[in-house]
Write a protein that binds this ligand. Structure first.
Ligand code: SF4
Ligand code: SF4
Ligand code: SF4
Ligand code: FES
Length: 984
């Protein structure tokens, strides 16, 4: 719908409900707007966007167009108001652009000065009585440059929703406050960087930029102050115009040496994308702006976690084990050796005595090549990736019920839900940017939130209902709630009749799951479970998000199935605001499986035992393919111990730390006759290798990643591969060619062309369609049409209907008993990614979390005389570790939690070899230990500068009304009084 109105005397058409500022910008009006940011919405602090509407001055950012509106954006009254407002801004900000690291063509204050052709300011610049704050390792705040626009506050309060920032407008000299007035370092700031990203000037800046971006900005402070004085001295005579000309020449020179390259985050499965600014190999900053998933959002890792790329620990030469030691080797020698040994072993003991493990950190193209090497060149389906350790049960649950193993919608759909249920996921730490979308919808839109978890983490704190079932009992309460819904007329019968098969068998399988049985098994009250059922039945759309707290159990597939069953029974599929969202852990764990790094599937989940599929690949690859399912990761370790598996080629995977029962895994790896590990660092796994090949991280190569939303995105090469290392796809191709492959891929785009030609799910994927920030969410038809919402016309079964899958009861493994009396939970932590191979190489992150710890409840701590910092030994049926305790009420009773960020005390020395019965995903979350309290007491393992010790200050946003109430506030632009303008 369009709206007709008048703009500066001309008739224009506006979109219905369009913001006036957007219309003005769209139609080319040069209206200043300093605080307005499209992703933050109107903040209304700067007053620079004043225009006349029907003769009244209004803020264009806070005004919605309406029929017949008469807008004068260029009237002398509007112009005077805009100039006065901007003059006030210059009173808070010293223009020293030539020696400012923010002078890169995108500084809003600089650009507005230029646009308004300001020559002299009327309100003189005044410093504020505060020091700059350098207490965060990644960014600094300079109050003297702060124009009090409040963008940072809005971003922190309502986009990141960490609620650290505020401005106390009533203060004599307002400034941005962290936790109401703490230093940044001692506040609740999680270093997500939202505030820095949206700051329109240099008040908040990445420390990596300071002294590095400009040609003249690395000067010592004294010289810098002198330069600034010189600049200020020129202004009264020559005006800002001349000064800006110099600074713009300097800014233009920067363009020749600062590169801005789009990439996709290498950490979690959220799939944030952003530009990385580099100067030679120096990473100046990460700038998120238009990523389809994240916009301006990042977390600490994506924004600040890249120092590992230039770490002196990078592997830069192949290594060959000789006489029990590694020696450096040339690429030729190492690759020849790998090919020779693989060929010998294949010849002697057959192709199935070799196995291949792909990396969920690497690209889709690299996973594709690895499985092609395994299948087409070596001739085995012994091919897997680390989704076996986390996601396979979720995929299985979805295969059983709805057909595709992927999230059923996008983050937008989660934002639109009336109710979000998070089960077994510490979303705010493991998928931080996705969590921001849920927190925002909950805070601003009244979305309801139920959290089921063993720990009272941030999402649990925020939930409308937090439940804490006994460990490993989710399948029971989920099924009991579903049974209750069916029996009490709360199911969506219309949806069931039209779209779902198998109701009768499924309902029969629910017989044991009475409310009373569930209450006894799970430790939840019947009332609580009924409350959950009614909240689901009453919600306008339900999305269920789950992660390792569900999947890493002996019944992980069944629990995932139970979730999908519940959604089907209540009709929560096939529209926005509904669906199943298994949150993928690694940046490309979805893509690795999608692209055939699995023992039973070729690309796009095409079965290896389907003759038609095999014929297509055999035709494309000109080889004969093996037809029976290969070994998965778990079976590979067993096969090594049984003497059946002799050789392994693994890249980008820390199997010796992240597979469960590490002692058994390490023992297995050391028994391999020939083991090739390919990585960017000498990982723990490399210790067991015969050949180590130095690879390149994501910033040094091109390719695609697929995020948890099934979103395929391109990453561009930011840096040249570090000398001596090579991109994984090139290494795999080199190995394959030495084994007779004759591959000639010159660029990953050529690899993708082949993938698309063989895979209906990706038929329309091409690098052209993924140019820049464009993305595609599979399935992608050959004409390029993708499916952000996965099920709209049908489910992915031949008859188009979903299937309710019967659930059976089972008991968890590795239970607690008199000897192993504590339940051990484990998982991620915000700051570190997994075992920390990358993030421990970022000094700022180490400062926040230097080491691993075990969370102990206050009850257990009191009972056993433990305080934060007490060393304890945890002993399980499989191994032991020594670790410091952190006493926290996030855990309860006899439940412990240990993050997995340690190579020295890895939690998987304690976990068992029990697995999910269907997928062989280790039951990491079913672990029992006893604890020996050691006499040593050290420092608390979490330093005071960790955000967990902060005290956020939630408020509605920047709360500009409080600024308007200041006695010295007057609406700019004339004689108008404080109350005359209708503030919206
Ligand atoms: S949490 Fe910290 S880094 Fe993130 S927006 Fe808030 S103040 Fe800025
Ligand atoms: S620090 Fe915050 S309030 Fe100050 S200029 Fe930057 S975004 Fe605006
Ligand atoms: S949320 Fe995940 S993808 Fe986004 S910046 Fe953080 S680690 Fe990277
Ligand atoms: S842009 Fe409208 S008040 Fe700042």
């Amino acid at each position: 719908m369009m709206t007709r109105m008048t703009l500066d005397g001309l008739a224009v058409e506006a979109k219905a409900d369009e913001r006036l500022i957007d219309l003005l910008l769209r139609t080319g009006s040069k209206v200043p707007h300093v605080c307005y940011h499209t992703q933050l919405g109107p903040i209304q602090t700067c007053d620079t966007c004043m225009v006349e509407v029907n003769g009244q001055l209004v803020r264009a950012c806070a005004t919605t167009v309406s029929v017949g509106m008469d807008v004068a954006a260029k009237s002398s009254r509007a112009d005077a108001a805009q100039r006065e407002a901007f003059d006030r801004i210059l009173g808070n900000h010293m223009l020293y652009c030539t020696v400012c690291d923010n002078n890169n063509g995108n500084c809003t204050v600089h650009n507005t000065t230029k646009m308004l052709a300001v020559e002299h300011q009327k309100i003189p610049f005044k410093t504020k009585p505060y020091e700059a704050d350098w207490t965060n390792p990644f960014y600094r705040y300079d109050p003297d440059q702060c124009i009090l626009c409040g963008r940072c506050v809005e971003a922190c309060q309502n986009v990141e929703v960490n609620e650290t920032l505020s401005i106390r407008w009533e203060d004599a000299h307002p400034r941005v406050l962290w936790d109401g007035g703490k230093t940044i370092g001692e506040s609740s700031c999680v270093s997500c960087g939202h505030c820095v990203t949206v700051c329109p000037c240099n008040a908040l800046m990445e420390t990596s930029m300071i002294g590095h971006a400009g040609f003249l900005t690395a000067l010592p402070k004294k010289a810098m102050d002198g330069m600034i004085d010189v600049i200020k001295g020129i202004e009264p005579d020559s005006g800002y115009g001349a000064i800006l000309k110099v600074s713009e020449a300097e800014s233009a020179m920067r363009e020749s040496r600062i590169r801005r390259t789009k990439t996709v985050c290498t950490y979690c499965g959220v799939g944030c994308s952003f530009d990385i600014w580099t100067k030679d190999r120096d990473i100046l900053k990460v700038e998120p702006s238009e990523g389809p998933t994240n916009g301006i959002s990042t977390c600490i890792k994506g924004k600040f976690g890249w120092d590992f790329v230039n770490s002196p620990d990078r592997l830069t030469t192949p290594l060959i084990r000789e006489g029990g030691k590694f020696r450096a080797a040339s690429w030729e020698e190492a690759l020849d050796l790998v090919a020779r040994r693989f060929a010998e072993i294949k010849e002697r003991t057959g192709p199935d005595s070799l196995a291949f493990i792909s990396s969920s950190k690497c690209t889709n193209e690299e996973s594709y090549l690895m499985q092609k090497l395994a299948r087409a060149i070596v001739g085995t389906n012994n091919m897997d990736n680390c989704s076996r350790y986390c996601q396979s049960p979720a995929t299985q649950g979805l295969f059983r019920t709805v057909g595709y193993g992927g999230d059923s919608g996008s983050f937008k759909d989660i934002e639109n839900a009336g109710l979000v249920i998070i089960i077994g996921s510490n979303t705010a730490e493991s998928h931080p940017v996705l969590a921001t979308r849920v927190k925002r919808a909950h805070k601003l839109r009244g979305q309801k939130l139920i959290v089921s978890d063993l720990r009272k983490h941030e999402m649990a704190e925020r939930a409308d209902l937090f439940v804490h079932p006994k460990p490993a009992t989710d399948v029971v309460w989920l099924s009991a709630v579903t049974r209750y819904l069916l029996e009490n007329g709360l199911a969506n019968t219309g949806f069931l009749n039209q779209w779902v098969n198998g109701l009768e068998d499924y309902q029969r399988s629910l017989e044991p799951f009475t409310m009373e049985f569930a209450a006894q098994t799970c430790g939840l009250t019947v009332e609580t479970m009924k409350q959950i059922a009614h909240m689901i039945a009453e919600a306008d759309g339900v999305c269920i998000l789950w992660a390792m707290g569900i999947t890493q159990h002996s019944m992980g597939s069944d629990a995932s199935t139970a979730i999908s069953n519940l959604l089907l029974v209540t009709g929560n599929y096939m529209r926005t605001g509904t669906g199943a969202y298994p949150l993928r852990g690694h940046n490309n764990v979805q893509g690795a499986s999608d692209h055939g790094a699995m023992p039973n599937f070729l690309t796009g989940y095409q079965s290896v035992d389907d003759p038609e599929v095999r014929a297509r690949f055999e035709n494309g690859w000109k080889v004969k393919l093996p037809s029976t399912k290969g070994l998965d990761n778990h079976e590979m370790i067993d096969a090594i111990h049984q003497g059946k598996l002799k050789a392994m080629y693994l890249f980008g995977e820390e199997i010796s730390l992240v597979d469960s029962n590490s002692n058994l895994v390490r023992d297995g790896l050391s028994k391999l006759e020939f083991f090739v590990a390919q990585d960017i660092f000498f990982s723990d796994t490399c210790r067991f290798a015969d050949v180590v090949l130095p690879a390149s991280p994501s910033l040094e190569k091109e390719g695609t990643f697929t995020s948890t939303e099934r979103r395929i995105q391109r990453l561009y090469q930011v840096l040249e591969p570090m000398e001596g290392s090579r991109p994984d796809w090139q290494i795999i191709q080199d190995v394959a060619n030495r084994l007779g492959a004759n591959w000639h891929f010159r660029h990953p785009s050529e690899i993708y062309r082949e993938i698309a030609s063989l895979t209906p799910l990706f038929a329309g994927v091409s690098y052209e369609r993924l140019e820049g920030y464009k993305s595609l969410q599979w399935p992608v038809a050959s004409d390029g049409t993708d499916q952000p919402l996965l099920y709209t016309k049908q489910f992915a079964f031949p008859d188009g209907k979903a299937r309710l899958f019967p659930i059976s009861l089972s008991k968890p493994t590795d239970p607690t008993d008199a000897e192993f009396d504590l339940h051990l939970n484990n998982g991620r932590i915000l700051e570190h990614f997994h075992e920390g191979n990358l993030t421990y190489r970022v000094d700022g992150i180490r400062e926040k979390v230097p080491d691993v710890f075990v969370e102990v409840s206050p009850e257990t701590a009191k009972e056993r005389g433990i305080q934060s910092g007490t060393w304890v030994q945890l002993i399980s049926r499989y191994g032991q570790v020594r670790v410091r305790a952190l006493v926290t009420d996030r855990v309860k009773g006899k439940e412990l939690y240990m993050p997995m960020n340690s190579a020295e005390s890895p939690v998987n020395l304690l976990t068992s070899s029990h697995t999910d019965r269907v997928t062989h995903t280790p039951a990491y979350k079913e672990a029992s230990v006893r604890m020996r309290v050691l006499p040593e007491v050290g420092e608390s393992p979490l330093p005071r500068v960790n955000s967990r010790f902060g005290h956020p200050t939630p408020q509605r946003g920047v709360e500009v009304e409080r600024k308007w109430k200041r006695p010295d506030y007057r609406i700019p632009g004339s004689e108008l009084g404080r109350t005359e303008l209708k503030n919206s």
